[in-house]
Design a protein around this ligand. Structure first.
Ligand SMILES: C[S@@+](CC[C@H](N)C(=O)[O-])C[C@H]1O[C@@H](n2cnc3c(N)ncnc32)[C@H](O)[C@@H]1O
Length: 227
């Protein structure tokens, strides 16, 4: 029998010191994600101006682990969360309560990509200082490399994104620049094999600057992207 991941058995995990409930069976946060989020938050904190309010978007939010760490570690932050799954939306709300985040500091949207925000944009400008994105990016053609317990227990829609794993990244980068403030930044997680293709997508969409970084296992895993 395939073993249930211990995080689902316990019902929670820790992410940068915050308790993250997983009872709705959202994706279990990965240590590679924790690694880059820690670096990103440190860098953002170091560059923050006194009393500056920063507006963040955690898109493809799942458990909400990225945005919740942001709210806990950055004092004057506001975070919008987006996920396409209603289970994830209730999981995020549960985790916000669990971590005692006050209601005026966040919004949670059930939305595919930026759809809900596009509607809002007609009335007010919706722009962010920072967008965090950990989209589904596993290539369907590499399904044989995915662990059996992942395939059995974790939400497959949180993992796979077309043959090469790039469907979500391509669509996301196609519209994300419209939701960034002038000096806004995107932090994007991906598969190490996708670097050349992501560079092409960035060029096609006129992004001006991108820096690629390795994770704790010395594999390219995330990029900081600017417009
Ligand atoms: C790789 S998981 C990331 C979860 C979490 N951010 C983390 O780092 O652990 C991707 C998430 O994207 C969501 N998702 C998939 N397609 C989406 C779409 N079109 N729009 C918004 N969210 C989507 C899935 O439901 C899943 O929760």
């Amino acid at each position: 029998m395939i073993k249930i991941p211990p995080e689902y058995k316990k019902g929670f995990t820790l992410f940068l010191g915050s308790k993250i409930d997983l009872s709705k069976k959202v994706l279990i946060p990965r240590i590679e994600t924790e690694y880059w989020v820690k670096k990103a938050l440190k860098e953002i904190k170091e560059n923050i101006k006194k009393d500056e309010d920063l507006k963040f978007l955690d898109i493809f939010a799942g458990s909400g682990c990225i945005g919740i760490s942001t709210l806990k570690k950055i004092k004057n932050s506001h975070v919008d969360f987006i996920d396409i799954e209603s289970g994830a939306v209730s999981q995020i709300k549960k985790n916000l309560k669990l971590n005692k985040i006050s209601k005026e500091r966040y919004n949670v949207y059930l939305s595919s990509f930026f759809n809900k925000l596009e509607k809002k944009k007609k009335d007010i400008s919706v722009k962010y200082d920072v967008i965090f994105a950990n989209p589904p990016y596993v290539a369907e053609e590499r399904i044989a490399e995915v662990g059996l317990s992942v395939l059995e227990y974790e939400p497959l829609k949180a993992l796979f994104s077309g043959k090469k794993g790039l469907k979500h990244i391509r669509k996301f980068l196609g519209s994300a620049q419209g939701f960034l403030k002038k000096n806004g930044k995107i932090y994007l997680e991906f598969d190490p094999l996708q670097v050349p293709e992501i560079k092409k997508i960035l060029k096609e969409n006129d992004y001006k600057k991108a820096k690629f970084y390795k994770d704790q296992f010395k594999k390219y895993r995330f990029a900081k992207i600017e417009i």
